[in-house]
Ligand binder design. Structure first.
Ligand code: 26Q
Length: 803
């Protein structure tokens, strides 16, 4: 798909007339945005149809990626890039007096996710399409995206994110593909005259699930896959049964909000209903589609793979069984064998509080038939295992115990593959967290280290560096991320290193302007831009970063003549609205920022910027300008991390613990090109075993640390005494769950090393280059290829490419 400037301009102006009867001069930026979006969609629509028909006629196996979150961010620039239109459109609009960048800013982020898990799902959608793989996304069309974050008096305040209020050009509502989903009521087995039993679901609440499809445009390969998101409505024929406002509200609420917790299992009934809603709608629509196309359900595993992204869609297992057994009259054993072959599951966390568990009574009341099927799966599991292994293992691995349904157990028992998202994480699953399951099913366990869509995180976010790469190593890296390795040939090339420095400076200056516009804070764009961007969570240890900044501040106050390597500490983070402690950290960082940024004596040496409303589009502005990438979670807690990969790709130096994918980044770049500190996972586990961590001892024995901790409560940081006390107590009264004090000294030393390295610019630039050159191994293109080969067993679409 290429287009000439002339043709594009003609089509664009025709569309503007058609849609709004306006000329370019008369149109508002919003009019221009929707016009361009409409034209883009109309253009890829042809390939979208061709792709769908190709999948239907070739009968190739397809994967359905079920995820309760998708976090694509903005779509326009990505679609333009993938269509091969970006440069032409930019130049053509310029001719018309329009700045493409201004138009892009109009688009609201599609933020139907919290963080890593949802963003990973969207990187995968991009990569699946770009690899020409037959793959579909399946999720929920939340009316409100992840809340908008504002700071008021330094406190996080959440505002609704009405991303659909002006419509959404990318989606297509498909009424003809609606299905019905049943909740509530009562389920039992009725005995027929011939003695057979049929399942009956009495008095259910019936909901109509309507799909909204969005094209997922592959990178210049003619493939356009589908992301299908479901909305809930009251079925026309059921209107009579929805008489009270409350009954109607329950349906409206179903797809209204995304739960804003990214690690804490809230146990809410509505959340469980959301899970069953998109699972049931998606599974029904898959089976209906394959039946309608004449496939035999007896070998559906040759045509369909269903991926369960974390446990939120784990009810795919009983729902698939329900359809095969109840609706298609397949026998249980056959249906179960097929279910296991079709399903696969990814685990994204080992934090106990994030593992989904539902009370039996709640699950039974939300979907009584599904509960019965889970009970039967559990009964057969126990029966099959009895006598073959210790009873203790069976008790710990069964799905239902003590009135609780364990969703991870359901996902593991009901699928052929369980994977972790980085080597360390997968090892911990096998050896610790899911060890009992590993003993039962060793061959089901595997690792698939996460990856990122290099197109968005380099080509779109960092055009400056992209052009430099083109000039230096050619353009093949745009198709094959591993070709970034060609840059290694230039690691001692002064000219290239100098150009790299210039590119980074352009990005830093741009971010500095943005910061000034957004916050009023003027930052020194020659300072180290030190970035920590991720959800706010105790285990991610934004607190460690904060304590180090306090230390720098105290040092400067104590010795006004002291010179340090100037720094700008940049934060971006949302806290779950109910996560009180995380919000306290935000407040203290904001108050410290206020203090330091307004302290004349500090001058340009230290600034703190906490940017509001961290999001995909904000990440795209921050990441290209980063010098230092803070990846400082307590070892063993961060399953993988993906901002670590994005920052590395953009030439930031990683300052990290040996956690998640940081370990693989270290292996890729070598010890000299990353700064590692802190406890290892083995040391953390040794503390757990010996129960011998005493945070207080670190406080007591280090004057330096004591000064820093005391600053939390002695009034040094204004307007945050309550929060200061809470944090102080978490460290000293509650013994510092995440070993912040234990790692403090090591972190300070690592930060000193960073400052020292930065002072030798040539060395720093070489490190930066080596990071960029080795980032190709974290391409999501490769990650999804591995999923495709090892787990889903799907092959790239063979139809002729329409480039
Ligand atoms: C569960 C139950 C009830 C309500 C909410 C949840 C819930 C929601 C979201 C639990 C977890 C999440 C999200 C988890 C997540 O984003 N995990 C991250 O996944 C990334 C992609 O694999 C990893 O890189 C990160 O390390 C991991 O933290």
């Amino acid at each position: 798909m290429t287009i000439s400037k002339e043709l594009f301009k003609e089509k664009f102006m025709d569309m503007l007339t058609e849609k709004y009867a306006l000329s370019v001069e008369e149109a508002s930026p919003y009019d221009l945005y929707t016009t361009l979006a409409t034209l883009i969609r109309a253009t890829y629509a042809k390939d979208w149809g061709i792709t769908r028909r190709a999948y239907n006629t070739t009968h190739e196996k397809q994967v359905y990626y079920f995820s309760i979150e998708f976090l694509p961010g903005r779509m326009m620039k990505s679609n333009l890039l993938n269509m091969g239109w970006l440069d032409t459109v930019e130049a053509s609009l310029k001719d018309l007096g329009i700045d493409l960048e201004d138009i892009l800013e109009i688009e609201p982020d599609m933020a139907l996710g919290n963080g890593g898990l949802g963003r990973l799902a969207s990187c995968f959608m991009d990569s699946i399409a770009s690899e020409g793989l037959p793959g579909n996304g399946n999720g929920i069309r939340y009316k409100y995206g992840l809340f908008k974050q504002k700071f008021i008096d330094g406190y996080q305040v959440e505002l609704p994110n009405e991303w659909l209020s002006r419509g959404n050009t990318w989606e297509v509502r498909r009424d003809s593909k609606a299905v019905t989903v049943k909740f509530n009521g009562h389920a039992y087995l009725k005995e027929l005259e011939d003695g057979s039993l049929v399942p009956i679901h009495e008095n259910p609440t019936v909901v109509r699930a309507i799909p909204y499809d969005t094209g997922m445009v592959g990178y210049q390969n003619g493939t356009v896959n589908t992301l299908r998101l479901w909305d809930a409505e009251i079925p026309l024929e059921e209107e009579i049964n929805y008489r009270s406002i409350q009954q109607r509200r329950e349906i409206e609420d179903l797809t209204s909000v995304l739960y804003p917790d990214d690690s804490n299992e809230a146990g809410r009934r509505l959340r469980l209903m959301q899970e069953y809603f998109f699972v049931s709608a998606g599974t029904q629509s898959i089976i209906r589609h394959f039946k309608a196309n004449g496939y035999n359900l007896n070998n559906i595993d040759e045509y369909v793979a269903i991926h369960i992204n974390d446990t939120h869609p784990a009810m795919c297992v009983p729902e698939f069984m329900r359809i095969l057994v109840d609706e298609e009259q397949m026998n249980w054993e056959r249906a179960w064998a097929l279910t296991i072959k079709v399903m696969s599951y990814t685990n994204h966390t080992i934090l106990a509080e994030a593992l989904e568990k539902w009370p039996v009574e709640m699950l039974r009341s939300v979907q009584p038939r599904i509960y019965q099927i889970i009970e039967e799966i559990d009964r057969r599991f126990v029966e099959q295992m009895t006598g073959t292994i210790d009873w203790g293992i069976i008790e710990r691995t069964r799905i239902i115990s003590n009135g609780i349904v364990h969703m991870a157990h359901l996902a593991i028992i009901g699928s052929h593959s369980t994977n972790g998202v980085a080597k360390l994480h997968s090892d911990l699953l096998k050896n610790v967290v899911l060890h009992d399951f590993y003993r039962l099913y060793p061959s089901r366990f595997n690792n698939k280290t996460n990856g990122i869509a290099e197109r968005r995180w380099m080509q779109l976010a960092n055009p400056t560096l992209s052009h430099l790469l083109d000039e230096t190593i050619g353009t093949s890296w745009r198709f094959e991320a591993s070709d970034l390795y060609l840059l290694m040939n230039y690691k001692d090339d002064k000219k290239v290193l100098h150009a790299l420095a210039k590119a980074k400076q352009v990005n830093k200056t741009r971010l500095a302007k943005f910061i000034e516009k957004e916050t009023g804070v003027i930052v020194n764009d020659h300072a180290i831009f030190d970035v920590q961007i991720k959800r706010l969570h105790a285990y991610k240890r934004q607190l460690l970063n904060l304590l180090h900044i306090i230390k720098l501040y105290l040092d400067l106050k104590e010795d006004p003549k002291k010179k340090i390597q100037p720094r700008v500490f940049i934060f971006g983070a949302k806290a779950a609205p109910s996560y009180h402690y995380a919000k306290a950290i935000i407040k203290v960082i904001n108050e410290l920022a206020n203090l330091i940024n307004n302290d004349e004596s500090i001058k340009d040496q230290l600034k703190i910027v906490f940017l509001e409303n961290y999001s995909v589009s904000l990440a795209e502005k921050i990441i290209p300008a980063a010098d230092v990438s803070e990846q400082i979670s307590l070892a063993s807690k961060e399953a993988s991390g993906t901002s670590n990969m994005k920052l590395m790709l953009n030439g930031a130096i990683t300052l990290a613990t040996l956690d998640g994918a940081n370990i693989e980044i270290r292996d890729a770049v070598g010890d000299d090109n990353i700064v590692i500190f802190g406890l290892t996972e083995a040391e953390v586990y040794a503390y757990y075993e010996q129960a011998n961590y005493r945070a207080f001892e670190y406080y007591e024995s280090s004057v330096e640390l004591r000064k820093v901790i005391d600053a939390l409560i002695d009034g040094t940081i204004p307007n945050s005494s309550q929060e200061g006390i809470e944090i102080y107590d978490s460290l000293l009264k509650y013994n510092d769950e995440f070993f912040v004090l234990r790692d403090f000294a090591d972190y300070v030393a690592a930060q000193e090393k960073v400052a020292h390295l930065y002072s030798d610019q040539e060395k720093w630039l070489k490190m930066s280059l080596i990071n960029i050159a080795n980032a190709g191994r974290f391409s999501a293109d490769d990650t999804v290829k591995k999923y495709a080969e090892d787990i889903w067993r799907i092959k790239p679409n063979k139809t002729p490419q329409q480039v």
